[in-house]
Structures are given as structure tokens and as C-alpha cells.
Design a protein around this ligand. Structure first.
Ligand code: NAD
Length: 369
């Protein structure tokens, strides 16, 4: 009785660190501080049932420590789901360095951070994320071997975007098969939002297959360049949401599927690279289905980047990474199957796919023979 009471008390202390860890079942959180370099960082390990927790380090000028903690807990949990659904033998983790990268980021700070990563003995493996680049990973690598995303010359995998884009392209094909009975994209009208590293590669794939493509980017030069190269048509501003399109491919920022955009979108499929596309997962995740739109869950679709860094742990080989990314097609198809069989929205089906694998493999690992 006393134990139940204690658990209740802990779980309801929403603002306490352990209360927040309790809510989503995080394993471990490491707070890092170094006066000399000005380093303030948090490393969150969500789940290591499938393997060491892998996830990028983000540097951001958070307004408060509370905001940084919320971000790292949310992101690390997302990594657990992404890795599990992709069939990888890694768990979920993430790190945040608190502060303005333009003012604070330097070799000493990054190397000190690397020492903290090393202190976890491989339970957490870091990678690039917002405001970090491969040079930064090189500094971290000077203090720890538990780092991916290092330059190709040092045995790393280089830019993961071509692998991510290939996975998005295959996911689009799997979505087309689910929606129209054929995975051929020829003649399909696709709007790609965000012509960055992933968007650009994606456009090349789908144009090659004969899709009619619109592109948009807040950097007009980027959309103009790919339009010239591929024959895609440029649209500006948010006019993209009103297009008479078959597939909407969000490849810029998160939260573009929100009440405003959803009231305008007339597509049959949403399938793109951006992380956290649903502004509120439980709200728009339900509404897309009600509108008759097939939503291919972002973390299953964009797993190519993670597959790429995972390959660095095995000794990097781009061909093998691309081959492994082919599994994304079947993963997306499995999500649609679970969604139909269990009559649940696709975002929940994706979560279920991940959770089922963690539970099943967890039991295998508990076995002693
Ligand atoms: P990127 O920064 O290279 O490209 C993003 C592009 O979006 C930029 O060209 C930017 O100008 C444009 N953009 C920003 N806001 C916009 C808006 N409101 N409307 C239109 N365009 C806008 O990023 P990326 O590497 O191509 O990644 C794209 C998305 O995919 C991101 O959300 C990223 O988190 C996610 N993702 C990327 C990878 C990867 O391997 N690069 C892996 C997984 C997920």
C-alpha cells in the first residue's frame, strides 16, 4: 500500500525531474556542468532495451532549464520509437547543450561535452542535430569514441540526407500502393515543402518516376534551382496548401499539419521528411484520417538518417545503408496494416509497431539460454 502511494506521489510530481522521467519511463538523465568552458548540458537516455541509446546533440539558447529538460526528454523518447520501428538494434537518447551556439560553441566546450558522453561508457552515443556540424562531432570524437556523424575521412558516413530522401521516396511509393493500389508515382501530383538537403534529393527521385512536382522554399533560390534542373514548378508562400495535389510532402519544419493547414489541404496522402509534422499528435493524428487523408508517420518515413548513422557503428558502407533503408517501404506498409486491422489512426499504429518490437525483443533478452 505504502509503495503504491509512493509511486503515485512520484508520478504526480509533474515538475520534478524524476516525476517527468516517470511519466514517459526514461531510464537515466545526466546533468552536465563545467564552469571553465561554460558547458551546461543534459543527456537523456530513454530506453536501452534494443541497444545503446543513440541520438543527436542539439545546441539551443533555451529560455529556461525546464524548457531544455522538456525538449531532451521528448526528443529522446522519439528516438526510441524511431529506432524500434526501423528495426534497428539501438535505443533512444538525446542531448541538449544550453546556450547560444554563436557565442558559446568552441573546441573546449565540445571536448568537455565529449568527456561527459564518454563517462556513460557507451550507453549513450551522440550524433549531429540542430546547430551542430561534422566539425563539432570531430571535437567530441577527440574525447570519446561514442559518436557518429563524423566526417567521411575519419570513417564516418557523411551527409545522411540522400539515405533519408530515398526512404521518404520509398514511403511515398508504399503510401501510393495503399491509396491507389499501385506504387507507381507516374502522373501523381506532389507538393514538396522545403528544398533543403532532403527535399532536393526527394524531388529528383519523384521527377525521375514521372510525378508532377511543385516545390516551395522560403529561400527562393533553392526552389528556383531545383525547378530549373528538374522541371518542377515553383509555388511561393503558403499557396502550396491550396493546391489540387495527390501528395503533400513536408520537408521543412515540424508542426505544419495544424488546424490552419488541415482546413485547406485537399491531398490524399501526407508523406515527408520533417520531424514532428503533427502540431498535436493526438489531435491532428486523428483528424487527418477523418478527412480521408492517409498519413505516413514521420518517424517511420524519415528513419533513413538514423539508419545511416547506425551504419557508422558497424563500419560505414553507403551501399549497405541504402539497402537497409529499403526496409522503410515495408515498415510503412506494416503501419497501414496495423492501422486497418486495429482500426486506429496511423500515428498510433506506428507507435504500436515500435512498442511491440521493444516488448518482444525485451523478452528475448531476458532469456538466459
Ligand atoms: P535543411 O535545413 O537542409 O532544409 C530545410 C529547408 O526548408 C531549407 O531549404 C529551408 O529554407 C526550408 N524552409 C524552412 N522553413 C520553411 C517554410 N516555412 N516553408 C518552406 N520552406 C522552408 O534540412 P534537411 O536536412 O533537408 O531536413 C528537412 C527536414 O527533415 C527537417 O525537419 C529535418 O529535421 C528532417 N530530417 C532530416 C534528416 C536528414 O537526414 N537530413 C533525417 C531525418 C529528418
Amino acid at each position: 500500500m505504502q509503495k503504491v502511494k509512493e509511486e503515485k506521489a512520484l508520478s504526480s510530481v509533474d515538475d520534478s525531474v524524476i516525476g517527468q522521467m516517470f511519466e514517459y519511463n526514461h531510464e537515466q538523465v545526466l546533468f552536465c556542468n563545467d564552469k571553465d568552458t561554460g558547458l551546461k548540458a543534459i543527456i537523456a537516455i530513454h530506453n536501452t532495451v534494443l541497444g545503446p541509446a543513440l541520438g543527436g546533440t542539439r545546441m539551443w539558447d533555451y529560455v529556461s532549464e525546464k524548457e531544455a529538460l522538456e525538449d531532451v526528454l521528448r526528443l529522446s523518447r522519439g528516438m526510441t520509437y524511431k529506432a524500434a520501428a526501423a528495426g534497428l538494434n539501438i535505443g533512444g537518447g538525446k542531448a541538449v547543450i544550453i546556450g547560444n551556439p554563436a557565442k558559446l560553441k568552441n573546441e573546449a566546450l565540445l571536448r568537455r561535452f565529449g568527456k561527459f558522453v564518454n563517462s556513460l561508457g557507451g550507453k549513450y552515443i551522440t550524433a549531429e542535430d540542430v546547430a551542430m556540424n561534422s566539425k563539432d562531432m570531430e571535437y567530441i570524437h577527440m574525447e570519446t569514441k561514442y559518436v557518429t556523424g563524423i566526417p567521411e575521412l575519419l570513417g564516418g558516413g557523411g551527409d545522411p540526407s540522400p539515405v533519408t530522401a530515398y526512404g521518404v521516396y520509398l514511403s511515398m511509393k508504399a503510401s501510393a500502393r495503399e491509396c491507389w493500389g499501385s506504387d507507381n508515382l507516374k502522373g501523381k501530383k506532389v507538393a514538396v515543402q522545403g528544398i533543403g538537403h532532403v527535399g532536393e534529393n526527394l524531388v529528383r527521385h519523384i521527377v525521375k518516376e514521372g510525378a508532377k512536382v511543385w516545390v516551395t522554399d522560403i529561400n527562393a533560390g533553392r526552389s528556383a534551382k531545383i525547378a530549373k534542373e528538374t522541371g518542377a514548378e515553383v509555388v511561393t508562400g503558403d499557396a502550396l496548401y491550396d493546391l489540387d495535389m495527390d501528395i503533400y510532402a513536408p520537408c521543412a519544419l515540424g508542426a505544419t499539419i495544424n488546424p490552419q493547414s488541415l482546413s485547406r489541404l485537399k491531398c490524399a496522402v501526407i508523406c515527408g521528411a520533417a520531424n514532428n509534422q503533427l502540431a498535436q499528435e493526438t489531435v491532428q493524428g486523428e483528424e487527418v484520417g477523418k478527412k480521408g487523408i492517409l498519413y505516413a508517420p514521420d518517424f517511420v518515413v524519415n528513419a533513413g538518417g538514423l539508419i545511416n548513422v547506425y551504419n557508422e557503428l558497424l563500419g560505414y558502407n553507403r551501399e549497405r545503408a541504402m539497402k537497409q533503408a529499403e526496409a522503410i517501404y515495408e515498415n510503412v506498409a506494416t503501419v497501414f496494416r496495423i492501422s486497418k486491422e486495429e482500426n486506429i489512426p496511423t500515428y498510433r499504429a506506428a507507435n504500436r509497431l515500435a512498442e511491440q518490437r521493444i516488448t518482444a525483443i525485451g523478452k528475448v533478452k531476458l532469456s538466459h539460454c
